[in-house]
Ligand binder design. Sequence first.
Ligand SMILES: Nc1ncnc2c1ncn2[C@@H]1O[C@H](COP(=O)(O)OP(=O)(O)OP(=O)(O)O)[C@@H](O)[C@H]1O
Length: 676
Amino acid sequence: MSSNAYAGSWASLPTTLTPWIMDVIQSMGYSQMTPVQASTIPLFMQHKDVVVEAVTGSGKTLAFVIPVLERLMRREGKLRNNELGALIISPTRELATQIHSVFSLFLSSQPGSDISLDEDRPITSSTSSSNLTCPPPLLVVSSDSPPADDIKRFLSTGADIVVGTPGRIEEFLLGRGRDIVNVKELEVLVLDEADRLLDLGFQNTLTRILTHLPKQRRTGLFSATMTDADALSELVRVGLRNPARIVVKVQTKKSKKSDSKDGERQAKRDVIEERRIPANLQNFYLSCRASEKLLQLARIVSHEVIQHRSARFIVYFSTCACVEYFYRIISPFLPPQTTLYSLHGHLPPATRTRTLFNFASSLALPSTPSVLLATDVAARGLDLPDVDVVVQFDPPSDPKAFSHRCGRTARAGRSGRAWVLLVGRERDYVDFLAIRKIPLMEHRAFSAEGLEQTSGTSSESEDTEVISMQIEIRKVLMTDRALHDKAAKAFVSFVRAYSKHEAAYIFRIKDLDLVGVAKSFGLLRLPRMPELNGVPRLDWQDALINWNSFAYIDKAREAKRLSDAEKQSSASASSDKRRAERAQKRKENASWSNKASKTEEKLIRKEKKTRKRKWQKEQDAGIEDATGLKRALGNPDAESDGDDDWKEMAREERMAKKVKQGVVSQEDFDGEFGGS
Ligand SMILES: Nc1ncnc2c1ncn2[C@@H]1O[C@H](COP(=O)(O)OP(=O)(O)OP(=O)(O)O)[C@@H](O)[C@H]1O
């Protein structure tokens, strides 16, 4: 850490630390406290609840680990095997594992301790109470072992400190462990990344845990983004009593141009700028077209390796599917000898642990860089050594994650660089973050030669390498239909995530060049999805590919695809047949109904003729009522055929007379009036 990041020696604490704890701190090489440690440890060791906000990498973990250990060391009586002394909750299993390892490191150094760092070592009755001051901590997170094992390990190790994730802790305390784990003696509760734990996703679980714990405990909330007043008041409601709020601010000097007194000349003066990101973090944004994102990512990595000798990178994407996909296709665009890692929430726990370990312990050099592709599962709390560069390929959905992601570099006073790629109107995000005290510097897009482009933030025409990159990716996708599926899934997941952005007025799907995004993904064709309806496709060309023969490399999968296709084609053939039969039937029905209507017409005419004859007879008989109107009985009009029928009958009558006179032939009469 740089010297101005320190806040005095450990000896200056008002309460002297237990000697072996002090020894461990010294062995870590930490001769001085960081500001957050200097302000938090004294309060939390005494009887104060604390709410702590300090930037990423400022040493918050020790700010609660030391007070927790000190409180347990100073207990009068030892805790029984089934009693819990301290509970630490964190939002992810990776972070919980990390915190657990810090506790383990301390406890394994207790005098007379023979605790190995293997927590599963069973503790015999002779070691459990006499030799050990504090048993090893217990880690309670989703893993390959079932929740029932947590209880078994708790009872066998007699752990006083439990570290875990909310769901698994709830199961541990309120599920299987309800009648086993005794929380009456619980002294301390710590919520690490507390603002995240208060998010809706965790809130109910957390409330149930908190109400289960005794009220006479100390509670500490820690995060780099403890700013959400609503969430805080919620927590206060659930358990904090008159907490001390500790906010450690970062102030940096910034040169600003200002008018001199006479208002004419510009003078430079230093102003103190408050920021919510580490002082040694250089934070850049780069505007480019949607289609150029992958190209620019590749150029950032090259630039960092060549110009800054950077070796360890984390690149953040918005979804698990995007990480999966880019992990498969990005290699050819990164410097040769780059080792790639991928971390996201859909991977099995054991794989996640292994990946993190491998990435952290890899020998990363500028000639052999290590690049971890990750989702926000790796955004908070992870203390990975020597991460030189963070790139946010996609800005995070939750704006709070922005500073957590950047904070994986420039930790503990070291310097680091962070980049975010912004497209089109996403540029407004810069002002959005500035208000939240997260300053960003503009960096122009890189040219093919790795130089900053000279034209404005977005170049006039699309980078010519976009097309060649797209062709390269397509070549890779065409080697295996499974890759194409991954590409489409990643694209769809990206679009869906984009529309759920919390800063929705900046990240609007209708403003996003989706065709450009598809190019950057190297898609073979545009997927069918409502978001693409009505999107102009002038700039888009599907890959030339025979979709029928485009195969999966995996034999079983390909066999299934072929048999599905076979079934589908026979199903569609029989449905075509059914359709043709239906059409034929309709046709037949139609001609039958035509015939039917002709016969009906004839019948109607015949009936009319009969009625007419009857009426004629009556006419001839001179039946007329007093008003001179034709009687309803004999009047065909009264049966609703209307005036036309009357006219028609009169016409027929006249024509019949003409037939009699020989002026009109019988044939013509029949043709006209359909004689039967
Ligand atoms: N007093 C100290 N002197 C030097 N280094 C320290 C000191 N305390 C902690 N560190 C180191 O600083 C690094 C960051 O600490 P830590 O992980 O606790 O940060 P944090 O504030 O919790 O960050 P985040 O908000 O990202 O979780 C760790 O590698 C830790 O070992």
